[in-house]
Design a binder for this molecule. Structure first.
Ligand code: DAH
Length: 345
């Protein structure tokens, strides 16, 4: 038996070594381990052996199979490499390292949006999104900013030629379309869609007629936050702000509110924060965003009279610049991978 098996292996080794095509490898393999192969035939003779010889003979046959299998795989990959070398028309060394394809990284603004959204998801907020194209009603009127309101000047943006429409995005679709000047319009969309209670953060792009410099861009990003329920108070807003700043800028972070004005909040505030973690800005009040209690007129516009709520709008670029000590907003849009790569983990 042992002699027979050694002969089979030898014959197999000779024929597989000569094989030049996949078909020849398959034929060599079949002649040993295929249904009509020599090892299979030997297996069938096992039952004619005396019982005490069967286990040892079975073991030998299995050993032979295990010896043959890697040789088959080796032969296939030898042929594959030869084919590849032929198709490349040159010596091909499959052991060489692959060409270094540069890997992309997550953009620092996307990273900041994800970071802030995750912070809010932990306290029960969901993420809401809407398109960059808005009607005047969503962007201004519903937010208590009628067409003659001076606050519209500060948020001048690109208007689409009248008559331009992109599907019927609202019941106010006969109005002019514009590139939204802030993400506050998502407050209106979300409240009309979901009613109250509601707790959302809405990240997205915003557009303004702005002269580009180190801190201004005509296209930037904001994260809107809105919480509307029964009995939401200013102290709830303050607590959420402190939680946000501690999450972003470390345990020592604290915030203060300064009276301000926004048409859609009453009272309205500018928010400053301070932290020991801010390098040369440590211990200094840093102005970061606007906030307030949702104006009752806004709640009335979406049929939520009797509820109260807070809202704020956070500039994504501002947060990213503060967390990474970036001194010029234009870096974010220049697509210089030497800059962008610094934020990959
Ligand atoms: N939408 C304002 C802006 O872009 C920012 C803002 C201020 C949003 C106060 C709010 C808020 O939700 O309550 O200038």
């Amino acid at each position: 038996m042992e002699q027979k098996i050694n002969d089979i292996i030898k014959r197999f080794e000779e024929s597989v070594a000569k094989a030049q095509t996949r078909g020849e490898v398959a034929a060599a393999a079949a002649s040993a381990t295929g249904p009509n192969g020599e090892l299979t035939a030997l297996m069938k003779t096992l039952k004619t052996l005396p019982p005490e010889q069967k286990p040892a003979a079975g073991k030998l046959i299995n050993w032979a199979k295990q010896k043959i299998e890697p040789l088959i795989l080796e032969a296939y990959s030898r042929i594959e490499n030869a084919e590849m070398a032929k198709s490349l028309g040159e010596e091909f060394d499959p052991s060489l390292p692959t060409v270094d394809v540069p890997r992309g990284t997550v953009h620092p603004l996307t990273r900041t949006i994800r970071l802030v959204c995750d912070i809010f998801k932990r306290i029960g907020f969901t993420v809401a999104e809407a398109g960059d194209l808005e009607t005047e009603w969503f962007c201004f009127d519903a937010l208590n900013t009628p067409s003659d309101h001076p606050a519209r000047d500060a948020q001048d943006t690109l208007f689409l030629p009248s008559g331009a429409k992109s599907g019927n995005i609202s019941k106010h679709s006969d109005e002019r379309y514009l590139l939204r000047s802030h993400t506050s319009s998502v407050q209106i969309r979300a409240m009309l869609k979901e009613g109250a209670p509601i707790k959302i953060v809405a990240p997205g792009r915003a557009f303004r007629r702005d002269t580009v410099d180190a801190t201004h861009s005509a296209n930037f990003h904001q994260i809107e936050c809105l919480c509307v329920d029964r009995d939401v108070k200013l102290t709830d807003l303050k607590a959420v702000l402190d939680y946000l700043f501690r999450s972003l800028f470390g345990k020592s972070a604290k915030s203060r509110l300064r009276p301000s004005f926004f048409p859609f909040t009453e009272p309205s505030f500018e928010v400053d924060f301070m932290s020991d973690n801010m390098g040369r800005l440590s211990g200094k009040w840093i102005e970061i965003m606007g906030c307030g209690m949702v104006d009752p007129k806004v709640l009335e516009n979406v049929g939520l009279e009797g509820y109260t709520g807070y809202a704020f709008g956070l500039g994504v670029e501002r947060v990213a610049m503060l967390t990474h000590s970036i001194d010029d907003i234009r870096h974010f849009y220049a697509n210089d991978t030497r800059f962008l790569k610094q934020f990959s983990k």
